[in-house]
Design a protein around this ligand. Sequence first.
Ligand code: ADP
Length: 402
Amino acid sequence: MMFRDRDGSTYLPYEIVKPMAQASRAPIYSWYPNYLEQGLTAGSLMSHEAHGRRAGELAVQILRGERAAAGATLPRPPVGCVANVARIEALGLDLHALPVGCELANRPPSVWREHRGKVLLGLAVVLAQALTIAALVVQRHRRREAEDDAARRRLELGRATRVAALGELGASIAHEVGQPLGAIVTNIQAAELILQSGHPDAAELQQIFTDVRHDALRANEVVRRLRALLEKRAVEMAPLDASATFDDTLSLLMPEARRRGITLERDLATGLPVMGDRIQLQQVLLNLTLNAMDAMRDTAPAQRMLSVATRVADGGVEVQVADRGHGLSAETQGRLFESFFTTKPHGVGLGLSIVRTVVAAHKGRVWATSRDGGGCVFKVWLPLANASASAPDDAALQATTQ
Ligand code: ADP
């Protein structure tokens, strides 16, 4: 208690608490609640109001004669521990050392104290978002892996179907390679005879060598085309001349057409640039022409005509493969491009679905119509390289083509 200082100034005791709290780092303890605002650290505070009320109640009881005035006392008031958090923190004291149940007053505002619920909710939302993002990243990674795997398998399937298609050409390809090789052997024998004659004719030998070279190149060309189609490699989008690309495939098919008694007619316009994968586009033509040849199995020999033409149409390249085969029934027409749909005894039903996927990945279209006079015509439209605003869908091709 302090009422007057050495200079004679007088105070009410509570007035001195504030300057003491400002001047000293010693904690101030008391039981007067009005010290709290002045800088009290903590205390077992009594309540003036509660005291007054209880004294009043006691007086009423005495006045009513309910209890004797002599010896009337109040029971001990409940102890109210109150701590001034701002002071405790300012003095570096430990809040946790307070008695259990101590009321915490004068707490400095803190986001955590004021908005604990909202902070927890926010944290929960952030955590949930983080978990969702992590799950999405994992899912995306797995999907990417699955897509890569699917793309790889489709490429393998594409190659397997090319191998199967070329297997059908086996006999004619063997003949196509065998013929120049046979001619080479005959020419070499003739050259040996000329050399043995004693007076070799240089001009004649020169002609023989020219023929040998021509035949070797011819055989080599067939092997090159075959190897190009069987090459094991990833999809490669590049600018191509559509007609030259298809012409290569037709040259490979020519002997087979001959073997089957089919006249192969080609009408390829020059200079049709497309952006695409050479092997996949060749596979499109290979599948369409083999189907056309199959369809003409029962066609009268004189009518067996396969026409392949390319032309510019609608700002793109249109490839037409027309035959005089058995044509398309209504049911076949509706299911042509379905995977595993086949009407052939040993068919697999993948050829046209591969065609459609490859063409779609090149941002093109494929469709079939019946032909007047019998047979049908398959048409493939591909955007011209300089006409398409964007390059073909390389990613889609990698992901979706066979
Ligand atoms: P596959 O050749 O193994 O049957 P495809 O997907 O290449 O598989 O062809 C599916 C079906 O479409 C064939 O079985 C056939 O019925 C029909 N088809 C395809 N091309 C022709 C065509 N040029 N003429 C008539 N039918 C055809």
